[in-house]
Design a protein around this ligand. Structure first.
Ligand code: DQA
Length: 147
């Protein structure tokens, strides 16, 4: 069975309780289930990794560099200055998609730039938890698994 990575950065483990007016009421477990539903038809298994620190995400990317088919990445606030996350993703040889629950463009200025976005296969922004489903579909498309 092929493994896809679902990577979530700091503060995304408390989804559902965290500023629900911005991030919604769905939990990370709900999102994991939704993504698994989207990719199960392709025979993919979801490996979900949420970490509060950048270094642990970098290690997770290294660990799964060659054993995963692609990734969905919500970097959280690491979007702003997560340069080592950016470099780990630059060395990640499979397609990956960036997802943000909130519409970062409609929020504070410091959220208007993502250091990882220029490397992403695509970016989904502002569609809440549904954005992860779209990210999963995009990944199936980018890898050719939807053919
Ligand atoms: C976020 C947006 C980031 O700016 C913020 O720091 C997060 C969540 C989102 O999914 O909307 O932690 O990535």
């Amino acid at each position: 069975m092929s493994v896809m990575l679902l990577l979530n950065g700091p503060n995304l483990g408390i989804l559902g309780q965290r500023e629900p007016e911005i991030y919604g009421t769905e939990t990370l477990a709900d999102i994991e289930k939704a993504v698994a539903e989207e990719v199960s038809g392709a025979g993919w298994e979801v490996r979900s990794i949420q970490r509060e620190s950048e270094g642990e995400l970098v290690s997770a990317i290294h660990e799964h560099r060659l054993s995963s088919v692609g990734a969905i990445v919500n970097p959280g606030a690491l979007m702003i200055a997560g340069w080592s996350l950016r470099d780990a993703l630059a060395a990640y040889p499979q397609p990956w998609v960036e997802v943000h629950l909130s519409n970062v463009w409609a929020r504070e200025q410091f959220r208007h730039e993502s250091v990882i976005a220029p490397l992403a296969g695509g970016v989904v922004v502002g569609l809440g938890a549904f954005g992860y489903r779209l990210g999963a579909r995009a990944l199936l498309h980018l890898t050719g698994a939807d053919k």
